[in-house]
Each structure stands twice: as C-alpha cells, then as structure tokens.
Design a protein around this ligand. Structure first.
Ligand code: ATR
Length: 290
C-alpha cells in the first residue's frame, strides 16, 4: 500500500479499539478493489467524542465506522441519519458526503445478509425468538419486525424491564409489537422450540466465558430451525454447539461482521465492496483459511 497526498482515509472510532478486526478486513478489500485509500483505527476517549465527530469534516475523512461505546451518542452530532439508524437508535457508519455527515446503520443489513447467505433464509420464519435486549438486540429485532412475513418476535431478557422497554420503543417505529419475556427456564422451554429462527444477542458465551450459553438446555433446539449467534469469538459458541447437536442450521457472528463492513465500504466508495474477501480475511485471522 502506498499512501500519497491523494489517499482517501476511512477508519473506525471506539474505546477500546486495540482489538478491532475492521482495519484488517477493510484494508484487504481496499487492496482488492484497487482504490487509493486506507482504513485506520482511532481510539477516541469519551471527553473527545464530540470534537472527534466535528473533525471528520476538518480532516476530510471520507467515512468512519463507530463502535462501542459511541453508537448511540454520535447521532446527536450528525446533520442527518438514515431511517434505519434513527429507528434502531444506533449509528455504526458515518458518511462524509461533501462535508455533510450522514449516520447510517449497516449492522441491520449485515444481520440480514448473514441469514440469507449462511442461513439460507431468503424469507424469515413466522416466529422468531431473540435473546437479549441490549444495543445489539435493537438492530436484530428491528430487522425481524420489518419483514412482512414475520408474525411474532419474542424478546427474552434477564432483566425483563429492558425487554419491555425495547418492545415498546420498537413497536412505535415499526408498527409491530414484539413480545417481551423474562429469561427463565420455563419461558425458554416454551418459546425457543416454537421459533423458526433463534438469535443470541447477549454477551453470554463470549470469550473468555466460553462454557456458558443463554440457552443451557440443548433439547429446546431442533432441525427445523436456524440458530444465529452474533458473537464471533469464539467462532462456535456453546449456544451454537448445542443447537448444531440437535440438527439446527447454525450461523456464527463472523459473517455478520464482514457484511456490515462491506456495506459501509460500499456506501463510502460508491463501489461494490467484496464481502467474500473481507470474510476470508477474518477467517484467516481465526486460523480457518489460508
Ligand atoms: P450490546 O450493545 O452488546 O447488546 P448491552 O447493551 O450491554 O451490550 O447488552 C448486553 C445484553 O446481554 C443484555 O441483554 C444483557 O441482559 P440484561 O439486560 O439483563 O443486563 C445480556 N447479558 C449480559 N450478561 C448476561 C448474563 N450473564 N446473563 C444473561 N444475560 C446477560
């Protein structure tokens, strides 16, 4: 890669940022696309986030990804945000469109694409069960509610009041009301088997907590389900292992990461970004591919 005075700058802001995989997959894609650009990480500390957003225009940065803990906060510093970003209440992509900053959310697209490509779901099942009611759950629940074919979305969460709040907020923006439920054994036993798609958006099972699952009993899964975990470290969580052991089709979080990244890069460049190249870069990092 040769950086010159004409090189476009893209990047990611967050805190912490040291473990981000985005520079790896974006720079690989940039190389394959043959464009004069570079993607860099920026560790922005909380007192500086507003200044950092304003500096995007000052520095002529063409586009940024936004990660933890700023996805919600940045909306108020942007001139415009897309309908999906406003509905989900989170921006993961900022586009510098001739000095006008636009906030978008490509996590929703990433979720839909990984289910379509890896889960074989062109249409979603009628009944869906989402585990968790945090920031990551919002995009996933939104994507499900927006599908006409979906009849019922149940949101199961340890803290029931948060599931209720999420259901209430998203029903206002989508016109469909998710069903909030507490995360007890009885609920899981009743709701999970009835769902054609089950998605874990909680952090349970994430490295180093790899022996835990938000659904401890494997018997609630079956072969007529697609089961998705948005966690990508480890690549196969206990939740997915349990589901696979009962014949369910499983989808891990790595593909979602690649698809959301590809969508961001496409928005910044106006070119189709190679999602497969980005996914391969991530798989290599995890020792899955040479
Ligand atoms: P994110 O933005 O990644 O979704 P978050 O907003 O902190 O992060 O949400 C984390 C989710 O994981 C929440 O649904 C949380 O449940 P609570 O609302 O009850 O906190 C869930 N979660 C985290 N640790 C958990 C645990 N040990 N058991 C069950 N749920 C857990």
């Amino acid at each position: 890669m040769i950086i010159s005075g004409k090189t476009s700058v893209f990047g990611v802001i967050g805190d912490p940022i040291a473990h981000t995989l985005s520079p790896l997959m974006h720079n690989r894609a940039i190389e394959v696309m043959g464009i004069d650009a570079v993607y860099v990480p920026f560790n922005v500390k909380p007192p500086f986030i507003e200044d950092a957003i304003k500096s995007i225009v000052s520095f002529g940065i063409k586009g940024l990804n936004v990660t933890v803990p700023y996805k919600t906060e940045v909306i108020k510093y942007l001139e415009n945000s897309t309908k999906v970003a406003v509905a989900v209440g989170a921006v993961n992509t900022i586009i510098n469109n001739n000095c006008i900053l636009i906030g978008d959310n490509t996590d929703v697209y990433g979720f839909e694409m990984c289910l379509e490509k890896d889960g074989g779901l062109e249409t979603f099942p009628e009944r869906i069960c989402i585990l968790g009611a945090g920031g990551a759950a919002r995009g996933v629940v939104y994507a499900c509610l927006m599908r006409e074919e979906v009849k019922e979305v149940t949101v199961i969460n340890r803290t029931f009041s948060k599931a209720e709040k999420l259901a209430d907020e998203l029903s206002h923006v989508t016109g469909k009301t998710p069903v909030p439920m507490p995360a007890d054994e009885e609920t899981i036993k009743k709701i999970v088997p009835a769902a054609g798609l089950v998605v874990n958006t909680t952090s349970v099972g994430m490295h180093p907590d790899i022996e835990h699952s938000p659904v401890p009993d494997p018997n609630v899964f079956h072969e007529n389900q697609v089961v998705c975990d948005i966690i990508y470290n480890p690549l196969e969580t206990k939740f997915l292992r349990n589901a696979a052991s009962q014949g369910a089709k499983t989808v891990g979080g790595l593909a979602m990461l690649a698809y959301q990244g590809a969508r961001s890069l496409s928005l910044w460049t106006g070119m189709e970004a190679p999602a497969d190249v980005m996914l391969d870069a991530l798989k290599e990092k995890f020792g899955l591919k040479k």
